[in-house]
Design a protein. Structure first.
Length: 441
């Protein structure tokens, strides 16, 4: 076996994922070299951190000379051939990625926020510099979904994706359902396990999943998407009562991403807590696991399932990208980042999206409340399939109660109009909470 000279990696970020990359290369570096017939040998040449003095228990001993707090060293050091960005955020990370591309150093990143918010600029720079950005770890952790969409489904018109693409939210919902934990305790567990973002707000408000959904959509439909066009809501409003009510009706609550191309080419793109049937395969995706169902016109339905967050699964995707980037350095393989292949496209306005709904109202408990709400819904021709008022066993005479309505399929815009009228009723104490009831087939 002929072994080429080793390729130097500049690792920006040595937290959960960065140290996972270190460990994975320690464990499997030689195996990678064997499997590539000696074409790829990798070593970490420089590591960017915020604090060089921090004790890093999750890795074997690291030569302190590798550590730096100055990202420019990764760009300027000739020993660094590939830059791996794993610091997160969209400011310093942008500077590092842009500088690496300008220096013609291929980039590997797991930063979906960066690519969703500033990908247009970065992918343009990547094309200009003929230097790729690899981003398998940015969507669904250890599941190789980016490569699958880019390569394996290249001959398919993608009709839809639906899936669970935030491990932290799925973990929290599961722990609230199965162990009766509070939201805050379940979130603290997800953070301790290394699943959550440095700012977990993005996990629980749905935006981490929305960034990933945007990336999948751009790959499938070929045009750049403004994040402001995505309809996003997160799991912060899910209460144990919703989970239990869903269960009693044969559903589970999941944070679901739905991406679907309509007959006129418009793309429906939304992320929200949703009721899905307990019998649907996505209902059995638990804990940190993610699943993405892809419908291609040729392949039909495929399901990709695996760990969606955490140190080792994410490092697995980063290392796969590193090998691809290294192969590209050895032998030009063409640009492999995102190539927009359509000038523009249309995101379906959320008002035009239609599903059935679960709506929870916080009402003052007095006679006639149900009729008042039902009258407004009837005025807007929105059908009701059920109503329910869960009684609080610890306070059966409570003045304020939750009143739940299950509504037939209607356009979301119509529902919004009705809800704004209902919100103005005397008996309504706060903004109604809406979850979708998805019929995933
Ligand atoms: P993390 O544990 O918070 O680690 C961040 C690392 O970056 C730390 O080593 C930190 O240095 C360093 N850092 C942060 N800002 C810096 C700056 N301005 N200058 C220099 N160093 C800086 O984050 P993570 O969970 O590994 O996530 C990293 C990226 O991977 C994020 O984009 C995230 O979205 C993505 N990702 C994470 C997961 C996951 O499961 N965690 C999965 C997929 C993708 P110190 O160590 O000195 O503090
Ligand atoms: N915080 C993210 C999640 C990490 O929980 O899914 C993986 O992208």
């Amino acid at each position: 076996m002929n072994t080429c000279s080793s390729i130097g990696i500049g690792l920006a970020g040595f937290g959960t994922v960065g140290s996972g990359v270190w460990n994975t290369l320690e464990r499997t570096g030689d195996l990678i070299t064997e499997r590539t017939g000696g074409a790829v040998a990798l070593h970490i040449a420089k590591i960017l951190v915020r604090d060089v003095a921090k004790v890093r228990a999750s890795t074997s001993a690291v030569d302190p000379a590798l550590l730096t707090t100055d990202w420019r060293q990764l760009i300027e050091d000739p020993a660094v051939d590939i830059v791996v960005e794993l610091i997160g955020g969209t400011t310093d990370a942008f500077e590092i990625v842009a500088a690496a591309l300008k220096a013609k150093k291929p980039v590997v990143t797991g930063n979906k926020a960066l690519l969703a918010e500033r990908g247009v600029e970065l992918f343009a720079l990547s094309r200009e510099m003929e230097t790729p950005i690899h981003f398998e770890a940015a969507v669904a952790g250890g599941i190789p979904i980016i490569r699958t969409v880019q390569d394996s489904f290249i001959g398919n018109q993608i009709q839809s994706f639906s899936g669970i693409i935030n491990g932290t939210s799925n973990y929290i919902l599961g722990r609230m359902t199965d162990a009766g934990l509070t939201f805050d305790v379940a979130l603290a567990e997800a953070q301790a396990l290394g699943y959550a973002e440095a700012d977990p707000t993005l996990d629980v408000n749905g935006w981490d999943a929305a960034h990933k959904a945007l990336l999948l959509s751009t790959l499938a439909y070929g045009f750049s998407i403004d994040p402001a066009e995505i309809h996003v809501s997160g799991i912060e409003q899910v209460r144990p009562a919703d989970i239990h009510f869903a269960k009693s009706l044969g559903y589970v609550v999941k944070l679901l991403a739905v991406i679907r191309q309509k007959a006129d080419g418009a793309v429906e793109l939304r992320v929200q807590p949703s009721f899905i049937a307990q019998t649907h395969i996505l209902a059995s995706v638990h804990g940190v696991f993610n699943a993405v169902a892809v419908h291609g016109d040729a392949a039909g339905e495929s399901l990709f399932y695996g760990r969606g967050a955490g140190q080792d699964p994410t490092a697995s995707s980063v290392v796969a990208d590193l090998v691809e980037a290294a192969r590209g350095l050895r032998q030009a393989s063409g640009h492999r980042g995102f190539l927009p292949y359509r000038e523009s496209g249309r995101i379906l306005p959320v008002e035009e999206t239609a599903t059935a709904y679960y709506v929870r109202f916080d009402v003052t408990d007095r006679p006639g409340v149900v009729a008042e709400i039902a009258r407004v819904l009837a005025d807007h021709r929105i059908g009701i399939s059920g109503t329910h008022s869960p009684v609080n066993p610890s306070n059966p005479d409570a003045e304020f109660v939750d009143m739940v309505f299950l509504l037939h399929t209607c356009p979301f815009g119509k529902l919004q109009t009705a809800l704004s009228e209902i919100a103005a009723l005397d008996c309504i104490n706060s903004a109604p909470v809406v979850f979708r009831i998805e019929n995933l087939g």
